[in-house]
Design a protein around this ligand. Structure first.
Ligand SMILES: *Cc1c(COP(=O)(O)O)cnc(C)c1O
Length: 220
């Protein structure tokens, strides 16, 4: 097993136990964006099967070949999804974590229908109400989730957020957890390399960790 992966997994377990939660209640989404097969393969060899990518085209270039070797891989889309890429995305990804606007929700519903495919979707919430960030405003989240479920019949199983940089993320994680609780949503995708232990304390079920698993991304 790679040292970095081992280290992250043991920190996840410790954080879960410290929060009085079962270690298996938190899953690592290993964020492999930018990295090539040479860097990803040792992590697959070590047994990791759940990965996150933020670009549809990059995932299309990298993952079909890796999936032939590791058929039980599960891939989450964690980056913005343009509506003209939805058809490609639903064939590549098992979960779309970034449903952040009505037009995308409608397009997903239509493409699921046309392709005879259904994928779990998470609603991305703009917890910091940041202009430059994607996501549904927290005040509009309940109505948006209802619409996705009732009108569009989308399987909304999770919520996802990226808190504002340089601030204490805890209140933002708490905000997301509250929205999940009152909407009966069991999955909380929150926490990255710098704050996944805090996210686990606040109920994260999926932590999206890149740098701490794979090292610094080339070009960043
Ligand atoms: C890149 C990325 C991550 C992982 O970030 P690290 O700080 O490298 O762990 C998590 N979530 C999203 C949405 C990302 O784009």
């Amino acid at each position: 097993m790679t040292r970095a992966l081992e280290d992250v997994l043991s920190k996840i377990s410790a954080a879960a136990e410290a929060a009085g939660r079962a270690p298996e209640s938190v899953q690592l989404v290993a964020v492999s964006k930018v990295h090539g097969a040479d860097v990803i393969t040792p992590v697959l060899e070590a047994g990791q099967r759940l990965f996150g990518e933020n670009r549809v085209q990059e995932a299309a270039d990298k993952w079909p070949a890796l999936r032939e070797q590791y058929p039980d891989v599960r891939l989450h889309l964690i980056g913005p999804l343009q509506t003209n890429k939805v058809r490609q995305a639903v064939h590549l990804f098992d979960v779309i974590e970034t449903v952040d606007r009505l037009k995308l929700a409608r397009t997903l519903a239509r493409i699921f229908e046309e392709e005879g495919i259904r994928r779990e979707v998470y609603v991305q919430v703009n917890v910091g109400r940041e202009e430059q960030k994607a996501g549904i405003n927290p005040d509009e989240a309940d109505a948006f989730i209802d619409l996705c479920r009732d009108e569009l019949n989308l399987p909304v199983t999770g919520l996802m957020c990226i808190p504002p940089a340089g601030e204490d993320p805890a209140p933002y994680f708490g905000l997301l957890a509250g929205i999940a609780r009152r909407n009966n949503i069991g999955i909380l995708s929150m926490g990255m390399s710098g704050d996944f232990e805090i996210a686990i304390k606040h109920g994260a079920t999926h932590v999206r960790v890149g740098t701490a698993v794979f090292g610094t991304r080339p070009g960043y």
